[in-house]
Design a protein around this ligand. Structure first.
Ligand code: AMP
Length: 403
């Protein structure tokens, strides 16, 4: 894979460089609640601007329906990018229309522009190859070179991720190069013991990665909403906890395979339960109790791992050489159920292992819970992308940068 350094060495001054970034930040109205993804693309944007390129940054945000929708505008992200760069960033109010064309034509060497949300055009995500390609061809008019740096989107076969690099000389940006180097340490060059912590809401999202990890990891620690499908598969009452009944056969097979392969698959031994899901807006104090994981009352739901589990998981992490963590182990958005996720983050920091936090919610959790993200080995910007990489899948956005 050609990297941005090679492209810079060849010279980019005066060239229009299209940077496919991932500026898909969480928004509360127009306020960005976590700007981690914007900061992650700074090294690439800065390097290109310093080298005199005319930088055109593009991204998706949320899931608009293939048409403009003000609530998914990239304008707040463009403004934040400008603040972080300490310079004015031009903003085009469309993707390939009049505004994009004039904005890009108006760029001077070293200047940066952001074009509007790529998903405001149906061609971006279309399943129809011709429709996607047509949009990619319009995007190609805006640039001379392409840099892929939106790691959070590389598992998507989308026009700006997959089709556009085929139309322009291309290379991987600093972020993608780093993400791939780190993920290789979890697949090809793993140091043992290799411990994986998996949380999040749905077990179905994690089945493929568990399947793969059963041949790779030494220990898999399960938390979050997905733990209850495992507990149910072991024959325990899980009350009104999140449960995916249809996944019980798969989960049962995984537990059997783990045993056969000598992989420790560890489940919560106690949990915090309540009759009600907490109010995440007001964060009003929750009414909860701690119970053993095999004694969940039938009218209660589990919302976080309990104190005994936090201690158990910390001891399972202490001697690790490599740790991968994806998914909060409780409803961390509410302070009463953030303790388990905090304990996992702390255990990662306390261990001397190479620690990778795998994207999306777990990365946001680490930051919103007040941890110093630099203390972790690596915080991935792509939850889905990092999981699919670990599953061994070919990621369209990486494959497109290969040739
Ligand atoms: P995911 O997007 O799959 O990584 O899931 C993240 C979400 O899982 C977060 O919003 C958490 O609040 C939620 N979550 C974690 N543990 C639980 C649980 N025990 N019950 C319900 N939701 C949970």
């Amino acid at each position: 894979m050609k990297t941005i350094d090679e492209l810079l060495a060849e010279g980019v001054a005066g060239k229009r460089v299209f940077v496919r970034a991932d500026l898909n930040v969480p928004l509360d109205g127009t306020t960005i609640t976590d700007d981690g993804r914007i900061r992650a693309v700074l090294p690439t944007v800065k390097a290109l601007a310093v080298a005199g390129a005319r930088v055109v940054v593009a991204s998706h945000l949320g899931r608009p329906d293939g048409a403009p929708d003000a609530k998914y505008s990239l304008a707040p992200a463009a403004a934040r990018l400008g603040e972080l760069l300490g310079t004015d960033v031009a903003f085009a109010t469309d993707t390939v229309g009049e505004s994009a064309r004039t904005t890009v034509a108006g760029l001077v060497d070293g200047q940066v522009a952001v074009i509007e949300n790529l998903r405001f055009n149906a061609g971006e995500t279309s399943k129809d190859d011709a429709e996607r390609k047509a949009f990619a061809e319009q995007l190609a008019q805006l640039a001379d070179l392409y840099i892929g740096d939106g790691f959070g989107a590389v598992h998507r076969k989308h026009a700006s991720v997959f089709d556009l690099p085929a139309l322009l000389p291309h290379a991987a940006g600093h972020l993608i190069a780093t993400e791939v180097r780190v993920l290789k340490k979890l697949t090809d060059e793993v140091k043992r013991p290799y411990v994986v912590v998996l949380g999040g809401a749905k077990v179905s999202d994690k089945l493929a990665v568990i399947d793969k990890l059963l041949g790779k990891a030494d220990r898999i620690l399960i938390g979050g909403g997905m733990a209850y499908t495992f507990l149910k598969a072991q024959g325990h009452e899980v009350g009104i906890s999140l449960l995916q009944e249809d996944q019980i056969p798969a989960v049962t097979e995984y537990m059997e395979r783990a045993e056969k392969n000598g992989v420790e698959l560890v489940l919560p031994v106690d949990v915090l339960v309540s009759s009600d899901f907490p109010d995440l807006k007001t964060k009003a104090p929750a009414d909860f109790e701690t119970v053993d994981a095999d004694k969940i009352p039938s009218d209660k739901e589990g919302l976080d791992i309990g104190p005994k589990t936090r201690e158990l998981y910390a001891t399972k992490i202490t001697d690790a050489e490599t740790v991968f963590w994806n998914g909060p182990v409780g409803v961390f958005e509410h302070p009463d159920y953030a303790g388990g996720t905090t304990a996992i983050a702390q255990a990662l920091l306390d261990s001397s292992a190479f620690t990778v936090v795998g994207g999306g919610d777990s990365a946001a959790a680490v930051r919103t819970l007040g941890f110093d993200e630099n203390a972790f080995g690596h915080i991935s910007t792509g939850g889905g992308a990092s999981l699919e990489y670990l599953e061994g899948k070919t990621l369209p956005g990486l494959a497109a940068l290969e040739d």
